[in-house]
Design a protein around this ligand. Structure first.
Ligand code: NAD
Length: 427
């Protein structure tokens, strides 16, 4: 199908034209949730010229969100990035509302409430009941099943994931998650919206964690396993930062908040006993939630974001791993780098094979723009291709021999070796 890009910011319209009858114009957007993500999403939308209706069931959060918007734009005025007039215009575009009925005219709603499937389903039922039938319903979920959310509505073809990254007005990546029933015109409109917001949009299939967080899960699991086996958080981070990552996994947890996953585990009532999360659990129970509480995997001087090594955390890691029965050993930098990077590559190959991502380039875009993968290495799949098929397969087989079946090479990697090409098949 031939597609014409139609961006009409002056008229407050953002749409791709597949054909006139199928064109979905986004003029009025609604955001549900005024927490970390909702705030960044609203800033991004209003700064790009869109009218925004904003709803949260906690009035105090909504008021704090409006204040945060004002402060953010005031800071941008102070830095001469925008004018005072622009800041006032942006703010006037945002209207806080109290009832779902107030969202009736929205063309698109982006839900950003707590990461809990039952809660999101309740909200989608309400949205489905109150919004016009042609409105698009999107969830900012990080990992939940878009089809399970769409299934509670009468309009599964109008439902998709719009996975922004934190802070949403700063981070460039937008994962557009295609549900089983999401129709093409809805994906087109989402792509156009991404472009309007200045994002790098990548379409992903629906699976736990989509492209980015699904790969992150394996990478973080290796990092956490190495803590239990003998490494310390600053050692793992240092190796990955020397490789070129913007930050290692434990510094990243401090920035994002160690408590996000901890609360999700508690809310879902599962996963609390898993050995790999025992260090995180204990840090959270001690109020060490990350940068925001001044202490997490590292400690932070008041008002500072500089991560300082904290020997108390090293002691906690050793105590947890010994209590779990590990005999700690020294883990060299080469092993840390290899295990973290190959976990990304092997999962990336599975994601390609399952059609969750259409190309190695898309996977690389996700990791470069959402996870601080070093640009000079080109992304995890480009890095793997630079190593060569035989080398990657040999490393995976060695790790499988040492640590078990979860290192079994993805079938696509085995095919890559057989085909003898530089590029991964289908990549
Ligand atoms: P948050 O805890 O900061 O904010 C959640 C907001 O939802 C709160 O303001 C709360 O009052 C509101 N809320 C809860 N129940 C509600 C209801 N029934 N009706 C209306 N509002 C309700 O959460 P967050 O970090 O902004 O995360 C929101 C979503 O974005 C989650 O699905 C999360 O997985 C996803 N996400 C988070 C990040 C991140 O780094 N924080 C990154 C990407 C995606």
């Amino acid at each position: 199908m031939m597609v014409d890009l139609v961006l009409e910011p002056a008229a407050n319209v953002c749409a791709l034209r597949a054909n006139d009858s199928d064109r979905l114009d986004i003029r009025q957007v609604a955001v549900v949730g005024a927490g970390t993500m909702g705030r960044g999403i609203v800033i991004s939308l209003a700064s790009a010229g869109l009218e925004v209706l904003w709803l949260d069931n906690d009035r105090a959060n909504l008021d704090a969100g409006m204040q945060m918007l004002e402060q953010t734009w005031a800071q941008q005025v102070a830095k001469e990035r925008i004018s005072r007039v622009e800041a006032d215009t942006f703010l006037r575009r945002v209207q806080s509302v109290e009832r779902y009925a107030d969202l009736a005219d929205a063309d698109l709603v982006i839900e950003a409430v707590y990461e809990n499937l039952a809660l999101k389903q309740d909200i989608f039922r309400l949205l489905d009941a109150h919004l016009k039938p042609e409105a698009i319903l999107a969830s900012n979920t990080s990992a939940l099943d878009i089809d399970a959310i769409a299934a509670v509505t009468e309009r599964a073809s109008q439902v998709l994931g719009l996975h922004f990254f934190s802070p949403a007005h700063v981070m460039k990546l937008l994962e557009i998650v295609r549900g089983e029933h999401t129709r093409g015109a809805v994906l087109d409109a989402a792509q156009a919206l991404g472009e309007r917001l200045g994002k790098i949009a990548v379409v992903a299939g629906n699976c736990p964690g989509f492209i980015g967080n699904r790969m992150l899960a394996g990478y973080v699991a290796e990092a956490r396993k190495m803590l239990l086996e003998g490494a310390l958080p600053h050692e793992v981070d240092t190796v990955l930062e020397q490789f070129g990552f913007a930050m290692g996994p434990f510094r990243m947890y401090d920035v994002v908040g160690i408590d996000l996953e901890w609360r999700a585990r508690k809310l879902a009532g599962k996963g609390m006993q898993a050995p790999l999360v025992q260090v995180d659990n204990q840090l959270c129970e001690q109020g060490r939630l990350g940068q925001k509480s001044g202490r997490g995997y590292y400690r932070y001087a008041p008002g500072s974001r500089r991560a300082e090594h904290d020997p108390l955390v090293d002691a906690l890691v050793c105590q947890v791993s010994l209590a779990l029965g590990y005999r700690r050993r020294s883990i060299d930098p080469e092993e840390i780098r290899e295990r973290c990077l190959l976990a990304l590559v092997n999962e990336g190959a599975r994601i390609l094979e399952e059609g969750i991502s259409g190309s190695c380039a898309d996977i690389d875009r996700v990791w470069l723009n959402g996870y601080g993968f070093p640009a000079q290495a080109g992304g995890p799949m480009s890095w793997a291709q630079a190593q060569g098929a035989a080398q990657i397969l040999a490393c995976l087989e060695r790790l499988r021999g040492m640590f078990g079946e979860h290192w079994r090479p993805a079938p696509l990697i085995q095919r890559w070796v057989v085909e003898g090409k530089a590029q991964l098949p289908g990549g």
